[in-house]
Design a protein around this ligand. Structure first.
Ligand SMILES: C[S@@+](CC[C@H](N)C(=O)[O-])C[C@H]1O[C@@H](n2cnc3c(N)ncnc32)[C@H](O)[C@@H]1O
Length: 487
């Protein structure tokens, strides 16, 4: 095989590795520059460049579109995976995590949300589906989702197809293949439909600031399995991902990394749990301890998220509703939804008709996966403050999560009637039209989004977005642009 290398000055490679770290999270220190050069050299052809040099020069200053990101991701990432990779971990997952979780939810809140982040070609999420099906074969009355995300679209396509060759079973007991797959006669086999239906594959770049979000089902997750992914990330990006994961998790939710990744992982709010010699992570009970504090104890002027319990004052100053709301916002931002709900419950006991608290309570419930409660709160907020576009926008996100798309669009139109410049309402209507293949309608909304973003600085945060910057939203819309209809 001919080795394709890239004849690029070290300065350029340093710049390129910066770009790749920013856009994909991937870390290419000097000892991996040859590998980076090889990846870019093979991507160059697909991107239409005559050689790697030209491709590298372009990449240093390019605004990447989504198809270009897809091509680069498929050449720069490592997709190594197989069924039941690390059998010990799957055994622990079954006996110590999923079985007790199912027992605790049975007859109560019958929902389970599991996420394989960096799922590659699907062997990991399907392994989880098989285990879950064994523990909970009858799922009527349950709301169970297994989300499988990756940055590499060809890996996602392979996962959706569910077709595998023997290499995917290289360390898997033979009965796994015979019991859960159908042979196709050409040496490969396909996962049985009942397991395929359990897994939803979706594109998600972990280096993007787009999670947790109701829009991509990354809120109120009980378990995130992100193994053999963050080991390729820079320290800074790894930390950002872990902090975002924390916000995605329910209280007491689990995070599973691979053994190699464990020594590099720590975050306030994340505690380690060792089960049968394997180190796993759980969202820390500090969140709950904080929740037990009096609301005004936590409502300090500090802008830091309340990751630790805040000491109670002997005679606390009386809180204002706005200060309590700010405190609850901070708890939400830190992923401490129970703490936020406690602050808001006490506030609403004192001031029952305070719309900002009611809206925040709706968001807090939705972030924990309690959609019925979220809907009840948002309806109450709309009764009290029906001219507030943010309430109708947030209502639309709940309706979307519940799968009520016509009602979701109607709520977005109400938000736009009240505020025609509501960027996220345009973005969401554009995304819904885009998903339905309506290129004309999505194009109109995306053009409006871009025009509105032009009035903002790159680092400005888009209103109601939980921290999404104008520059990022511009990139996201640009990534969808090539599939829009010509004007
Ligand atoms: C080595 S595979 C791990 C597969 C599986 N989790 C396992 O442990 O067997 C790493 C996967 O992470 C994905 N990945 C790398 N960077 C990513 C990013 N920024 N966002 C999402 N996925 C990413 C790659 O595309 C690849 O499919």
């Amino acid at each position: 095989m001919t080795m394709v290398t890239m004849n690029t000055a070290p300065g350029n490679l340093a710049g390129l590795s910066d770009v790749v770290a920013r856009r994909f999270g991937l870390h290419f220190p000097p000892e991996r520059w040859r590998e980076l050069g090889r990846g870019l050299a093979s991507a160059a052809r697909e991107l239409g460049f005559k050689d790697a040099q030209a491709c590298g020069q372009w990449l240093l200053s390019a605004t990447l579109t989504r198809p270009q990101i897809d091509i680069l991701a498929s050449h720069l990432t490592v997709g190594e995976t197989y069924f039941l990779r690390d059998a010990h971990m799957f055994d622990i997952l079954e006996r110590h995590i999923l079985a007790p979780l199912i027992a605790s939810r049975t007859g109560a809140d019958q929902r389970l949300r599991l996420w394989s982040a960096g799922c590659a070609t699907g062997e990991e999420p399907y392994s989880i589906a098989v285990i879950l099906n064994r523990l909970l074969p009858a799922r009527a009355g349950w709301d169970v989702t297994i989300l499988a995300t990756d940055i590499n679209p060809s890996a996602l396509h392979a996962g959706r197809t569910g077709r595998y060759r023997s290499w995917s079973f290289r360390q898997t007991p033979p009965e796994f293949r015979t019991n859960y797959f159908a042979e196709t006669g050409d040496g490969s086999c396909v996962i049985q439909p009942r397991f395929r239906q359990m897994v939803t594959f979706a594109y998600l770049n972990l280096a993007d600031d787009l999670y947790p979000a109701l829009l991509n089902n990354t809120c109120a997750v009980d378990l995130i399995c992100c193994r053999n992914v963050l080991m390729y990330f820079s320290d800074e990006q790894r930390q950002r991902v872990i902090e975002r994961f924390l916000r995605c998790l329910t209280d007491d939710g689990w995070l599973i990394l691979s053994t190699a990744e464990v020594p590099n992982t720590a975050a306030p709010g994340l505690r380690t749990v060792t089960l049968d010699g394997l180190t796993l992570y759980r969202k820390a009970p500090a969140a709950r301890a904080a929740a037990e504090q009096p609301a005004w104890g936590a409502a300090s002027a500090s802008s830091a998220p309340p990751a630790r319990p805040v000491a109670a004052h002997a005679s606390p100053p009386a809180p204002t509703p706005a200060a309590d709301c700010a405190c609850a916002e901070q708890c939400c931002a830190a992923g401490q939804y129970v703490a936020a709900a406690n602050v808001l419950t006490r506030l609403l006991a004192r001031v029952p008709e305070y719309p900002p608290a009611i809206l925040l309570m709706a968001r807090t419930c939705a972030n924990q996966g309690h959609l019925t409660d979220a809907r009840r709160w948002i309806e109450r907020a709309a009764e009290l403050d029906k001219l507030n576009p943010a309430i109708h926008y947030f209502w639309s996100t709940i309706l979307q999560e519940e799968g009520h798309l016509p009602a979701c669009r109607a709520a977005l139109r109400r938000a736009l009637y009240l505020n025609p410049h509501f960027i996220l309402a345009h973005f969401m209507l554009g995304s819904l039209a885009f998903q339905q293949g309506d290129a004309h309608m999505s194009g109109q909304h995306f053009d409006t989004v871009l025009a509105l973003l032009d009035t903002m600085a790159d680092t400005d945060v888009v209103p109601e977005s939980d921290g999404l910057t104008a520059a990022r939203l511009r990139q996201i819309v640009a990534g969808m642009a090539p599939r829009r209809a010509p004007a």
